[in-house]
Structures are given as structure tokens and as C-alpha cells.
Design a protein around this ligand. Structure first.
Ligand code: NDP
Length: 366
């Protein structure tokens, strides 16, 4: 009714006055979607929260933390009113806050499912960090809960919003170096003791859940296919106090339906960050491939290797935040929905099984 009468008034006005009213209409169309961040740890505070400054469609409107001092510090820094600062005990009150459209879950892995589902039940869309959950069963429960709530679930696969990775996908899938035959993807870092990542009850697993998932996800996005067979070996020094409950190294081989094979490294005791897509006519290399910044690409074709550089673009963090915001505004599905997280978990469980049972594991086509 209000909207109709506003249109009628606008229709009857002279062009000058209509132009005066223009910016108000434009600002409604350019609305920024409100995010609440849950878990004020390293990734949230150092990478995600600063990225809102370069977002076109997203704004930070609320914080959820178990540490009151962080709510004070970051609440003040980002101008978040006291009414929009929550503890975990308070979390479900986000239901009553219309400024919050999306909840971004940046908690230890074993808390992803619980807080994502509670957010959906509070009527909010969710961005959830990788890995989506600690098991396929949990991932399936999340997807069902979002379907029931009619809300969107996206997984924080930031590399899909990073321009070199996007180019690598286009080049690999379009056969720029001939049809892909082999992908090698290596991810790892030497982990320091004393963090939740080394406690299985919070992480759900070791290097694979945390960093090897980048090798797996890259193999899937560079091929656009789902693996049909998995083979893995694990090497963990159980006398190393860091690896009492989680694995160190778990390297794996994936076979894809087209015949492509991916040879992947996942390590908590050595540094790796690269992938190479080798086709029948050359290769595309990314080294480093998936850091927060500084990706580097080179392409080998016709016997020559040349670096490929792109002009600076929107950061992967801002791109990721704005993508879900646009999906909410336009009611579209994110390019990395819950199903994408579930596809990784399905392969992760097969990798663990293959290593434990020392045999190849066949995966059913999805
Ligand atoms: P941190 O340890 O730095 O932060 C986790 C935060 O979660 C804590 O600071 C704390 O915040 C909160 N928390 C709640 N319960 C617990 C608990 N029992 N133990 C520990 N922390 C708890 O981890 P990260 O920020 O590095 O990782 C968080 C998530 O983000 C993980 O799922 C990880 O996989 C993902 N991640 C993704 C990255 C990417 O590039 N996509 C990079 C790094 C991490 P508070 O004090 O506010 O309650």
C-alpha cells in the first residue's frame, strides 16, 4: 500500500522532483546485507572482518563471542552497538535482530553444524567455514535443516572468488593446455602445538580436515568432476605430542570419471601450497595457489613457460562475502552451497577409510 502510493506520487511528479527522490530509491536497490560473525579468532578478525571495508553488498552488523574482552575490542573497532554483541548463551536471540541477514560461522570445525543449524532455525542465512562439518552425516543434517528453514547455506571456499584460481578453472576446463591428464595439488604447513586443530573432538581430524581439503577441493574445481575412486596413505608419528589424536600426513590419489588422476599432498609437518594441471599439451601451475594473497601462475605451452599476471582485482574475501549477499538479495543459489562442502566430506571419509584399510575405495557417482 505504502509502496503503491509512493509509486503513484512519483508518477505524477515533475522530472526534477523525481530526480531528487532518486538516491533514496537507489539506496534501497544497493542495500547492504548484514552479517553477524560467530567466533572472533584469527581468521575472523584478521581476514574476514577487515574485508567488509571493500564490500559493495555486505556490512558487519553483529558479533558473537565467548570472550567478553573481544566483544569490547572488536565491537568498538567496528562500531557495533551493545545490542548487537552476543555471547554463545545469547546466540538464539539473533532471531529478534532484523539487521542480521547472514550468520558467518568461524568456529572450530566440530561446532559448525550446531551453530549453522541454530542460525537457520533463527531465520538466518549462513556462511560456514570449511570443512563444513566433521562428518557426512552432520553435513547432511545441515543441508536438511536449511532446506526446511528455506535459508541459504554457503561454505567459505574463498579460492572460488580469487581471480587466479578462477582463471585456472577456465583454462583447465577449456583445454588451454590440452585435455587434462594429471593434477598435482600440495597443501601443508608445520603446525604448532597447543591449538584446537590438534584436538580431534574440536577439529574432526588432522591435516586433511584443515589444509589437505584445499588439495581435494582444487582437484574437484579444476576438473569439474567428482572422483570415483580414492587411494590414500597416512604417515603420522604418534610419539610426536602434536599428533596424539589427529593425523599428520595423509597423501591421496583421486581417479575422476574422464580418466584424470589427481595426486594430492596433505601435511601438518611440511610447507606446501601449489597445484599443477598437466594436459596433453603443457601445464598450468599455481605456486603459491591458495594463500590469502600473492597467488602466482605460470603456463607452459609449446615448449615455453610464461608467467601470467592479472591486474589487481577485488579480494577473495570481499568477493566471497558479496557473493552470498547477492544470492540473498536476488534469491539465487551460491556457487559453493552446502552440497559442495558435503561433496568434500564424502571424499574425506573415503580417504580416511582407504588409509585405515590400506585399499582403494570406490565412490558412488553423485
Ligand atoms: P581460531 O582458533 O583462531 O579461532 C576460533 C575461535 O572460535 C576462537 O577464537 C573462539 O572465539 C571460538 N571458539 C569457540 N569455542 C571454542 C573452543 N572450544 N576452542 C577454541 N575456540 C573456540 O581458529 P581459526 O580462526 O583459525 O579457524 C576458525 C575456522 O575457520 C575453522 O573452521 C577453520 O577451518 C576456518 N579457517 C578457514 C580459513 C580459510 O582460509 N577459509 C583460514 C583459517 C581458518 P571467541 O573467543 O570469540 O569465542
Amino acid at each position: 500500500m505504502v509502496e503503491n502510493s509512493r509509486r503513484a506520487v512519483l508518477g505524477g511528479l515533475g522530472a526534477g522532483l523525481a530526480m531528487t527522490l532518486g538516491p533514496a530509491r537507489a539506496s534501497a536497490a544497493d542495500r547492504k546485507v548484514g552479517y553477524a560473525i560467530v567466533g572472533l579468532g584469527y581468521y575472523a578478525t584478521q581476514q574476514i572482518m577487515p574485508a567488509f571495508a571493500s564490500c559493495d553488498r555486505s556490512r558487519l552488523v553483529a558479533l558473537v563471542s565467548g570472550t567478553p574482552a573481544k566483544l569490547d575490542t572488536f565491537g568498538d573497532k567496528y562500531d557495533i552497538p551493545a545490542s548487537h554483541r552476543y555471547s554463545y548463551g545469547d546466540f538464539d536471540r539473533i532471531r529478534n535482530n532484523p539487521d542480521i541477514d547472514i550468520v558467518y560461522v568461524v568456529l572450530p570445525n566440530s561446532l559448525h553444524a550446531e551453530y549453522s543449524i541454530r542460525a537457520a532455525q533463527a531465520g538466518k542465512h549462513v556462511m560456514c567455514e570449511k570443512p563444513m562439518a566433521v562428518s557426512v552425516a552432520e553435513g547432511e543434517r545441515m543441508i536438511a535443516a536449511f532446506r526446511q528453514a528455506g535459508k541459504k547455506l554457503m561454505i567459505g571456499y574463498r579460492s572460488r572468488f580469487e581471480q587466479y584460481n578462477r582463471l585456472a578453472i577456465d583454462l583447465a576446463r577449456s583445454g588451454h593446455v590440452g585435455p587434462t591428464r594429471i593434477i598435482t595439488a600440495d597443501h601443508g604447513f608445520p603446525i604448532t602445538a597447543g591449538q584446537w586443530r590438534l584436538d580431534r573432538s574440536l577439529s574432526g581430524g588432522g591435516s586433511l580436515m584443515d589444509i589437505g581439503i584445499y588439495s581435494l577441493n582444487a582437484a574437484r574445481y579444476l576438473t569439474g568432476e567428482e572422483p570415483v575412486e580414492v587411494s590414500a596413505i597416512e604417515s603420522t608419528d604418534r610419539n610426536d605430542p602434536r599428533f596424539r589424536t589427529v593425523e599428520d600426513r595423509i597423501n591421496f590419489l583421486l581417479r575422476f570419471p574422464s580418466g584424470i588422476e589427481a595426486v594430492c599432498v596433505s601435511s601438518y609437518s611440511s610447507s606446501h601450497n601449489s597445484y599443477r594441471v598437466t594436459g596433453t599439451g603443457g601445464w598450468i601451475e599455481m605456486s603459491p595457489a591458495t594463500p590469502y594473497a600473492g597467488q602466482a601462475m605460470s603456463i607452459h605451452r609449446n615448449g615455453e613457460t610464461t608467467p601470467r599476471t592479472l591486474p589487481p582485482g577485488k579480494s577473495q574475501f570481499a568477493g566471497q562475502l558479496d557473493h552470498l549477499a547477492e544470492c540473498v538479495i536476488n534469491d539465487t543459489t551460491p556457487i559453493v552451497p552446502g552440497e559442495e562442502g558435503l561433496a568434500d566430506l564424502r571424499v574425506i571419509e573415503a580417504i580416511y577409510r582407504s588409509a585405515a584399510e590400506r585399499r582403494h575405495i570406490a565412490l558412488q557417482a553423485m
